[in-house]
Design a binder for this molecule. Sequence first.
Ligand code: CUA
Length: 251
Amino acid sequence: MDRIERWALVASGVLMAVFLVALVYAATRMKITVPTCVTDVAPFKEGRIIDKGNGRYEVHMVAKMWAFDPPEVRLPPGAEVDLYVSALDVTHGLYIEHTNVNLMAVPGAVNAARVRFDREGEYSVICHEYCGAGHHLMAGKFVIARGETGAPKEAPAVAASPGQQLFEHEGCNACHSLDGSPGLGPTMKGVFGRTVELQGGGTRVADEAYLEEAIRKPNATIVKGFDPVMPAEEHTDDDVRTLVTFLKTLQ
Ligand code: CUA
């Protein structure tokens, strides 16, 4: 055997031993666990935060075009979280800044990781897998602060209406602003009663029937200057009514 060949074999052997030691050290001393695909948790469609007591929490995170559900998770410092991630429509990614959580969110599958939040502050959650036109808008956050319990933020002085909560919960706000600022979709400010110019000519008045159609069949008509990128989702009649009622208030 050539001297250089022998040298290369020894070097790669040493390198493998170093990797093995590093792996064992990370797993036992640094308590870093490898993200896993779990098979004993059924895929879920709703986000949930479950308080298991003693500072332990279980978070079910659902990724969908183009939002995370729950969009915001509020926990106390020291919270130890078992994070389960699934997706509704296409494959998304989930990265939590300042942590080593970096998972794929796959429809029909559940991926899991354990993470501990010691430092107070905000941790952005971003989607790192290209998932369509709104990919760059897809974000959520963990807020770690004393006194948080995993329960959704207490109602602010002026509580958001059920319609606004639904609008945010469904992720509509990822693309449709409420204040007139531009987005992937038209702003909802003053939408009710507006005369809408359509792609390919023609106009529609944004009355109740139009708004309902635009929610149920987003791509039946496209507003001029926008792309047909809004995902069609199943909505109950109640939800559609609540959303339309909310949109009518945005004058
Ligand atoms: Cu979801 Cu990119």
